[in-house]
Design a protein around this ligand. Sequence first.
Ligand SMILES: [Mn+2]
Length: 419
Amino acid sequence: MKKSFMHCADIHLGRQQFNSEQRWLDFGISLKYIIDTSIEKKVDYILLSGDFFHERTINAKTLSLSNQLLSKAKEANIEVIAIEGNHDKAPYKDGQSWLEYLEKIGLIKLLTLSYDEDGAPLMLPYENGAGNVLIHDGFRIIGLGYLGATTPKRIAQIKDAIEHFDGYTVVMLHAAVDTLLGQSLGGFKGEALKEFEYVDYFALGHIHSRYEGENWYNPGAPEYVHLDEAKGKNGISPEKGFYHVVVDASNAEINYIESKKRRVIYKEINVSHCSTPTEVKEYALAEIGVYKDTEAILYARLVGNAPFSPIEIDMYNIEEELTIEPMFFYCELINMCSLKGAKSEQLNVELDKDEIERIVYRAILDEKYPQNALKEGIEDLIVSIKAGVLSGEEPEQIAKVIDDYALRADVEELLNENK
Ligand SMILES: [Mn+2]
């Protein structure tokens, strides 16, 4: 048995960043490059591990572009296998998602996980647009989709449900893996995947940069869905691309191919030595000037401590200077400076939005419930409820997460009382 596939994720087709038509096209160019490379390498499959579309409701031009590009793969006899990501779910409970539509017209095979009456996950052969297990002579692809806040719990059940198989098994899942101590991406621990006896390759999606472990691979979004992806975070590299995997019996050769994308220049400018807002402006412009590239996006952050109030820095004026005679395709400048000696200096540490959010939750909880020992857990609970709501999870599912938490909190309280 010799099979090969391309594994990509988070295409976010239809994203019209900065309301720019050109940026909309960039996301299509990224996908076209993946399909062209797949045809050139003569792969059997293209795996799309979730978030194929940027939004649940797409416009006509996005659908037309997706159909044109996917048709090229079909004409080359490449099967496109997809799972849903948090961005792909149908907008209403009984609605049809655009991926289901693409399946109906024969452009993709959409693997969907279903459950029995007791809520246990079922591994059903894929046929007539239903089921989640596809087997082609010695090669098995299992689709799990996006499981949201219930991922850690489901993973254990799914492990037991996957049967022994003579051949190579790929599992597609849209979820983040937590690998760094004390850092939560709202996912589950990578060790959980190591315990899967009958899985060779976890084809993940969700995190927008390259990220991988022993038997799991997350290619990242091929384009910059958000500009901060250019700086890397939580130890994740800013690399973007997709995997080319050639399987021969149980051996796999895995290569990472860099994606086609618009260049994003990420620059941090420390203005601590400047004594006036005008000096900041001149210094920033000089620092930025050397990167002039009218095809690139500039993403710059002013950092450091100024001897004057940072709000005196006229960011709009600096951006204007950069656009009079255009120096970049697009500029985004962020003022992260703080006043010299101000308490907010601690915010100069590299923090991402999720971490800042957690700091805020913690501060509120500390103030309201200074004695409560379960604060840590509540913080996680708030994070998962928010993730659930944003990803369109069913209210019943979210309520269950809260119920589970309450039950655990009750037990922990009982244990504490008995100490
Ligand atoms: Mn995504």
